[in-house]
Each structure stands twice: as C-alpha cells, then as structure tokens.
Design a protein around this ligand. Structure first.
Ligand code: SF4
Length: 78
C-alpha cells in the first residue's frame, strides 16, 4: 500500500511581514503570531489553497515541500 502524500509547510519569519494573505487564502492552514505567520500544522494532506497562498505571498515567505522527500512543490524547482 502506498502512503498518502503529505506536504510540509515552512514560513520564513525573517521575511514574513504579517500581511495575513495566507491566513485569508488557506483556511485553517496558517496563523498569525507576534513574529509573523506560522503553519498551524507542519504537515498536511495536499491542499491547493496552500499552493495559492504560497504563490500570493507578497514576499515569497512560504515554501511547500513534499514531506517524504523534501522536494520543493512551491516554489517550483527551476
Ligand atoms: S502571506 Fe506571506 S507575508 Fe503575508 S502573513 Fe503569510 S507568510 Fe507572511
């Protein structure tokens, strides 16, 4: 049996400026803290809203990775 894919979310709080875009776009996936956005869960099932949020982050602070391999899903590898 093949395991269901999982995604790992990473927010670079050095560049996040707490715009709240990701919180609004991906319901329940991100939360704002005193130091910026953070994932509610480090690993999630695949969720297109998270892709949209990562692509719309004004400072490209969000990375979405394949949890099993660490391969980048967003930003897409060159
Ligand atoms: S969209 Fe980007 S800058 Fe805005 S809160 Fe989320 S991670 Fe931070």
């Amino acid at each position: 049996m093949t395991e269901a894919p999982r995604w790992k979310l990473v927010v670079d709080q050095r560049v996040c400026h707490s715009s709240g875009v990701c919180v609004a776009m991906a319901d329940g996936r991100f939360e704002l803290t005193a130091t910026g956005s953070r994932p509610v869960s480090d690993e999630i099932p695949p969720d297109e809203d998270v892709i949209d949020a990562a692509e719309c982050c004004p400072v490209q602070a969000i990375r979405v990775l394949d949890a099993a391999t660490g391969a980048a899903i967003v930003p897409e590898p060159l």
